[in-house]
Design a protein. Structure first.
Length: 106
């Protein structure tokens, strides 16, 4: 063989090797029907998981809303108790002032 035909022969051999490897690997994989069934199963599992998570999200939103309402109610009760506490403090201060006034008169 001449020097010019050797590189062509090497490229031809490499090309044939890669072509046969691709054809061999293509035949070894799962069939498109099997792959389709596998993907359908994965989609069904993911759909079920998504529905489960949607239900959990709805439950958590409902619980969050309920807790928010309870917190608002507790804040109103705290405000009322603070008002009562202030009224009692004012009453106590007035009684102390009366007692001091009576002591000074005595």
């Amino acid at each position: 063989m001449s020097q010019k035909s050797r590189p062509f022969a090497h490229w031809t051999i490499l090309f044939c090797f890669f072509l046969s490897a691709i054809l061999f690997l293509d035949g070894c994989g799962p069939s498109p029907k099997e792959e389709n069934e596998k993907l359908k199963k994965e989609v069904a599992e993911l759909t079920a998981e998504t529905e489960k998570l949607k239900g959990e999200t709805t439950r958590l939103r409902t619980e969050s809303s309920s807790l928010h309402n309870q917190l608002a109610e507790l804040n109103l009760r705290i405000s009322d108790l603070q008002k009562q506490n202030q009224a009692l403090q004012n009453e106590l201060d007035a009684l102390k002032a009366q007692i001091k006034g009576k002591k000074k008169k005595s």
